[in-house]
Design a protein around this ligand. Sequence first.
Ligand code: ZN
Length: 323
Amino acid sequence: DEREQTLNQILVEMDGFEPTEQLIVMAATNRPDVLDPALVRPGRFDRRVSLDLPDVEGRKAILKIHAKGKPFSEKVDWQKVAKRTVGFSGADLENMLNEAAILAARLNKKHIDMPDLEEAATKVKLGPEKRRLQSDEDRKMTAFHEGGHALVSWKMPHMDPVHRISIVGRGMSLGHTMMEPVDRVHETKTHLLEQIIVMLGGRAAEELVFKEMTTGASDDIEKATHVARAMVEELGMSDLGPINLNPQPRTPYEQTSVSPEMAAKIDAEVNRIMEKCYKEAVKVLTGMRDVLDTLAAELLKKETIESDDFIKLIGPKAALAKA
Ligand code: ZN
């Protein structure tokens, strides 16, 4: 109801403008897909400018704006910061700089340094570091779980290099594995499948090492299923062919066009992708079982392993294949 009223009011207000008046009306929305057609007719909001998440140059420019007036150390490498913040919106970047300033102030530092930015970036994306009490058994399970993600990712030819692995909990999660992401214009099927395999690498390690499953993998499984479903329903990347099969109407005006039979086929296809990817994750880890043990032991000792130490321990990733 609220939407109808807002729409009508906007249309009424716009009718009040004479065509000769030199006036440009701009509006912003996060949901262009649900705009009423009446609103985007010629003469109304008839130009559309899409603003995507900023790329590396955009992020650098945004960082410069928000860094003004804050005492950053001269050692801060903005190019590096911009490179590592793939997927950050302008608001995320601003938030990150503020967090970094707070962290530096808490430590009574005169300048904001790279480690402050590093911690702030992780905090913005994953929530603050939480040192909670964990049993030895829990820590061990987390170490193998995160080690599983990292090793599978290391082995997948199109995945970005491992940036950090940690068994220190953040937000709701008990640990995390971060890749150093690369700006991508579009995703390939191969890369999407590799992402699913990596997301299932945590659970695969649990089952392989402990013959057990934990609730810690629920988030991974949810995200992986989401990717698999999108591949089948929206991206036409399955044996069902290049058709949009999204059975969920996105707006109240849209009707679902998928028959119950097709819905069943979609479910079967999603299942098939997930099972295949899980098997692949188990296969990779089975072949690297001794490396997994080494990595988990190191994680239990150090709690967090940065990319340099990871390379020292496991070896460099083979050259990144072009996706
Ligand atoms: Zn996980």
